[in-house]
Design a protein around this ligand. Structure first.
Ligand SMILES: [Zn+2]
Length: 277
């Protein structure tokens, strides 16, 4: 039996930094064009396993063929590893100058190391960058006795305005799900779990924000959702947005706003240093 299911949703409608920040942060209303991810801990017999489910490009024609993965970059440190691949149809965009992604991937490795404190197994985050059309559902199950493998598909634009911003959004989505994977067994409070996963993703994006990136927090209440789980997750993600806006002292800022970014970083450092409940 699945121990727990955690879902994340990402909206495709807006292409601003805000959307990526919000979305990597998960769980909005279930629009048909939203991407979603979930992580589930389970047992295959007595062997622990981790199930990763990605649903992307819903509302576009369904694709069922095998994914041809082209390696983009793999970085590892200690027991943590991040592997970025790209579907062959978008690989040319991502393999060119892939060494430039190393600082971003290393920043995600730092976050993985923080998340993995106290976890004796290794953590491997696998992200496959996919084209923005072609509905797919990937359901992968990996044994989790030695390494926790979080295996996700993330759709990216055909001609990204900023490759680094797209990669940051994909990594933030991955970190969000890693947070769930590590918390899924002992977490009793979905709201706290979702708040923390969303905070980790949001703070990762803030850390990578560049001058010219518009960061905008949504300070309203989340819309109601008929599904209790989704509604709860959306409310927690929205709570993170309000807290970040309060920390910044404004609802929108530029990535080059040094004071605002410093306040956000301080908030993230302080809040993420608190042990998860
Ligand atoms: Zn989530």
């Amino acid at each position: 039996m699945p121990a727990r299911l955690n879902g994340a949703m990402r909206h495709r409608s807006a292409a601003t930094f805000l959307a990526a920040l919000l979305c990597a942060a998960c769980a909005g209303p279930a629009h048909v064009d939203a991407d979603g991810w979930s992580i589930e801990r389970r047992f295959e017999g007595r062997t622990p396993a981790l199930r990763s489910v990605s649903t992307i490009n819903a509302g576009t024609p369904r694709v069922t063929g095998a994914i041809v993965r082209v390696p983009v970059r793999t970085r590892e440190r200690g027991r943590q590893r991040i592997t970025i691949s790209a579907d062959s149809s978008v690989a040319a965009t991502w393999t060119r100058g892939a060494l430039l992604f190393d600082p971003q991937i290393d920043r995600a490795l730092d976050q993985l190391a923080d998340l993995g404190v106290g976890e004796p197994r290794g953590i491997e985050l696998r992200v496959t960058l996919m084209p923005a059309t072609g509905a797919r559902r990937q359901d992968s199950l990996h044994p989790a006795s030695k390494t926790l493998v979080i295996d996700l598909l993330v759709a990216v634009p055909q001609a990204p305005r900023s490759r680094s911003a797209e990669l940051d959004a994909a990594l933030a989505t991955g970190l969000h799900e890693v947070a769930h994977a590590l918390r899924a067994r002992d977490s009793r409070d979905r709201y706290d779990d979702e708040y923390r996963a969303s905070l980790i993703a949001g703070c990762f994006r803030i850390e990578g924000a560049q001058r010219g990136d518009r960061i905008a927090f949504s300070t309203g209440r989340s819309t109601s959702h008929p599904d209790f789980t989704r509604a709860h997750s959306a409310a927690a993600a929205q709570h993170v947005q309000r807290d970040l806006a309060a920390a910044a002292g404004k609802a929108t800022l530029d990535g080059g706003d040094r004071d605002g970014i410093a306040r956000l970083r301080a908030f993230c450092a302080q809040r993420l240093a608190q042990p998860p409940r």
